[in-house]
Design a protein around this ligand. Structure first.
Ligand code: MG
Length: 366
């Protein structure tokens, strides 16, 4: 057997068997629903500007236990809520007949059957993991062997806006000790100066691939360092790894990969170019892949961050259960919306307070 045949066979073999069937205690059910989340402020980054976001919500019920899931589709990966819903519906039969305690096997099969659609996969993964935590009667941080007291502070994000509104948003974020600021447009200096006119708090900056050449990036990063910025996220387009490596040797503050780091297999090649990785459940396809990414990044000596998209407390709470693992967190997507259907992770002066109920520990919003 040559190497190519070996690799193909080795990866295909485990999936050849049917995912384990178990006699259902009650009729299993799966629901998918697109939920429109309204933003408190119009949200602008280098990628888009919007007043609401549609995310896909799922429930998985079996044996009288219901797990909740959510995925926030990312336009950059050619997804929307309708395509995420279609992706989940395409594996309905698999989910309804599989044994949910074999969640690792189920998700491997979902990853194999469904191309792309990472938010759809996350909505499945999170619902299964919530179900598993409830079945075992433990919160998911305990399932992963983590101590909720280790959950780091979360940043609060300030989207791109006029200097006046940026100032107002900064003042509204008084309870958060660290801010994350979106830049990457021609207005970067004005944005940072507006924030600095009202606060001396540590800032973290996200360029969302907004700078297009390496000299501009070095100039801006060195200026940001002088303005008290702790680190910068994704200065250049994801594919510009050589230029990114060049930048890294010319600036002092750490640089995190976000758009360049979607899955576990991306991480080894990023090691020479970035100091850390920003892992998101909606980007990776759920908690299991995110956990794998965080462990790989740590093993490679990289710093770790958990981020999120604009989403409800379902997705943000799922990420928060993994947050005791990471150095930094940016889990504020649920704080940016005005109609969150759930209550889960809370934030007190920037500190993430994880719910202690089984699974995700969600309750309905009052
Ligand atoms: Mg980012």
């Amino acid at each position: 057997m040559n190497r190519r045949t070996f690799l193909t066979t080795a990866s295909a073999a485990p999936a050849a068997g049917a995912v384990g069937l178990a006699a259902p205690a009650a009729k299993p059910a799966l629901s998918t629903k697109i939920v429109r989340l309204n933003l408190r402020h119009t949200w602008t980054t280098t990628m888009s500007s919007s007043q609401y976001r549609d995310t896909l919500h799922t429930t998985f019920t079996r044996g009288g236990i219901t797990g909740h899931g959510e995925g926030a589709p990312i336009v950059r990966y050619h997804e929307d809520a309708a395509s995420a819903q279609k992706a989940v519906e395409s594996v309905r039969d698999l989910l309804l007949t599989a044994n949910p305690m074999q969640f690792g096997k189920i998700m491997a099969e979902v990853f194999k059957r469904v191309p792309g659609e990472w938010a759809g996969k996350a909505a499945i993964d999170i619902a299964l993991m919530d179900w598993v935590g409830k079945k075992l009667g433990i919160p998911l941080y305990s399932y992963f062997g983590l101590d909720p007291k280790d959950a780091p502070l979360t940043t609060f994000s300030i989207g791109i806006d006029t200097p006046e509104i940026t100032k107002q948003k900064t003042l509204e974020a008084a309870d958060y000790p660290v801010l994350k600021v979106k830049v990457g447009l021609a207005t970067d200096e004005a944005t940072i100066e507006a924030i600095r006119s009202v606060t001396k708090k540590p800032l973290r900056v996200d360029a969302n691939e907004g700078w297009k050449d390496k000299e501009e990036a070095v100039r801006k990063i060195n200026w940001l360092e002088k303005m008290g910025v702790e680190f910068i996220e994704q200065p250049l387009p994801a594919e510009m790894l050589e230029e990114q490596r060049w930048i890294r040797s010319r600036v002092h503050i750490p640089i995190f990969a976000d758009e360049a780091c979607q899955h576990a297999a991306d991480i080894p090649k990023l090691r020479e170019c970035f100091d850390g990785v920003n892992v998101k459940l909606d980007k990776s396809g759920g908690m299991l892949e995110a956990y794998r990414m965080l462990q790989i990044a740590k093993a490679l000596g990289m710093k770790t961050m958990l981020g999120c998209m604009i989403s409800s407390s379902v997705s943000v709470t799922a990420a928060a259960h993994l947050s005791p693992l990471v150095d930094f967190s940016d889990l504020d997507g649920n704080l940016l919306i005005s109609n969150d259907p759930f209550r889960g992770v809370l934030v007190e002066k920037g500190k993430l307070i994880l719910p202690t109920g089984p699974g995700l520990g969600l309750t309905a919003a009052k």
